[in-house]
Design a protein around this ligand. Structure first.
Ligand code: NAD
Length: 387
């Protein structure tokens, strides 16, 4: 079939297999430059390794560090007229390339919160890898099904009081205002259940109990802090509450298992998850403009290669790894703040990198690659080998 982008709100409901393979190939090329500099794990479990930061981590560790990688993801294969999800195509492309390079690469497609999925992963580790020496926890999920079958949903809201600020409708470049209402206590609890540390800790408990977690293993989860202007919706909002929970989980895991449990605070980037957060897309488009002008802009793969090659043992006062160092550079933030105050629908092009935002957005789904013929008939059904 001929596959075109179909954008609905902040998501694209189609994905292009050839374009996704192109994106993965570009990321592999970046990671290969780090060969010999990355030594963070040789047998790595990546939970949420099909898109965004998890995929970039998997690519950096495999192609920069020669790691065998087992990935857990929640993706959909093609069915009839529906294409597969981008994460499915990314994974197929990554695993083909890894196998060609002589690297072990397998995936389990299922709900990472589910105990049965955890058990399946443990069986595969026992069979193929014996143990893992690194676990990357890069889930970004909107909901979690609890063991009793009830579903809890995460919300992106403020805590305490209303928050009104600028926002952008990325489809038409209209800058307007949005008011975000505070979450209820139940919504805060639910967000912590989905995006906090409970499931991360459960993974580590299960891996350790099964004897497949190497002593002193590295385990990483990802967080975000950002500037004060997004504090009400992020750091001091429901998602920030969940991220704080990750911090305490990291401490608990380290103490309980002698593992190196760490949180890396990453840069704000366009991913399927960040596009859904109110206010954040406008911030990202201003940030991209500033960082590209200053010459410090990075994508997921550059961030993850730098993390594993250079920053794994560098902490701030609270013990976080700060991959947002270039984002939080005062020169960048000064420019973003100025732009934030000045930006309107009329002058948006002057202050915001809207084209850069859309370029990243379409590329996430395999579109907008110069070398791909999008008018060509392609087979949407791409197989991933059973793990
Ligand atoms: P993403 O949406 O690109 O990736 C999410 C991954 O989780 C995918 O591989 C998806 O298949 C998987 N997943 C989702 N639900 C699942 C489930 N139930 N079971 C199994 N797999 C599931 O997101 P991302 O932006 O790369 O986020 C990854 C982490 O990085 C999150 O913790 C996020 O908060 C953090 N982070 C993101 C940014 C950003 O700007 N994007 C910045 C800093 C930190």
């Amino acid at each position: 079939m001929v596959i075109e982008p179909k954008v609905r709100g902040f998501i694209c409901t189609t994905a292009h297999p050839v374009g996704c393979a192109e994106s993965v190939g570009e990321q592999i090329a970046v990671a290969e430059k780090y060969r010999g500099k990355i030594n963070a794990g040789k047998r790595v479990l990546v939970i949420g390794g099909s898109t965004g930061y998890g995929l970039a981590s998997r690519i950096a560790l495999a192609f920069g560090g020669g790691a065998a990688t087992l990935n857990v993801m929640f993706e959909r294969p093609a069915a009839g007229v529906r294409t597969a999800t981008a994460g499915w195509y990314n994974t197929a492309a990554f695993e083909n390339a890894a196998r060609d390079a002589g690297l072990y690469a397998k995936s389990v497609n299922g709900d990472a919160f589910d105990k049965e999925v955890k058990a399946r992963v443990i069986d595969i580790i026992k069979r193929d890898l014996k143990t893992v020496d690194a676990v990357i926890y890069s889930l970004a999920a909107p909901r979690r099904t609890m063991p009793d079958g009830t579903a809890v949903n995460s919300v992106l809201k403020t805590v305490g009081e209303n928050f009104t600020n600028k926002t952008i409708d990325l489809r038409n470049g209209q800058v307007g205002e949005v008011t975000i209402e505070p979450a209820t206590d139940a919504e805060i609890d639910a967000t912590i259940k989905v995006m906090g540390g409970e499931d991360w800790a459960e993974w580590i408990d299960e891996l350790a109990a099964a004897g497949v977690l190497e002593k002193g293993a590295l385990t990483l989860a990802y967080s975000y802090i950002g500037p004060e202007l997004t504090y009400p919706i992020y750091t001091n909002g429901t998602i920030g509450m969940a991220k704080r929970d990750l911090y305490y989980t990291a401490k608990a895991i380290s103490e309980k298992y002698g593992a190196k449990a760490r949180i890396s605070v990453n840069k704000a980037l366009v991913t399927q998850s960040s596009a859904a957060i109110p206010v954040v897309p406008l911030y990202i488009s201003l940030l991209y403009k500033a960082m590209k002008q200053i010459g410090t802009h990075e994508g997921c793969i550059e961030q993850m290669c730098r993390l594993f090659a250079e920053k794994l043992d560098v902490f701030d006062d609270e013990g976080y790894i700060r991959m947002d160092d270039l984002e939080m550079d005062p020169a960048v933030q000064k420019q973003v703040e100025k732009a934030w105050r000045a930006v309107t629908t009329e002058n948006i092009a002057e202050y915001a990198d809207i084209d850069g935002y859309w370029e990243d957005f379409y590329r996430m789904f395999g579109f907008n690659h110069k070398g791909v013929d999008y008018s060509a008939d392609v087979n949407a059904e791409v197989a991933i080998e059973e793990a």
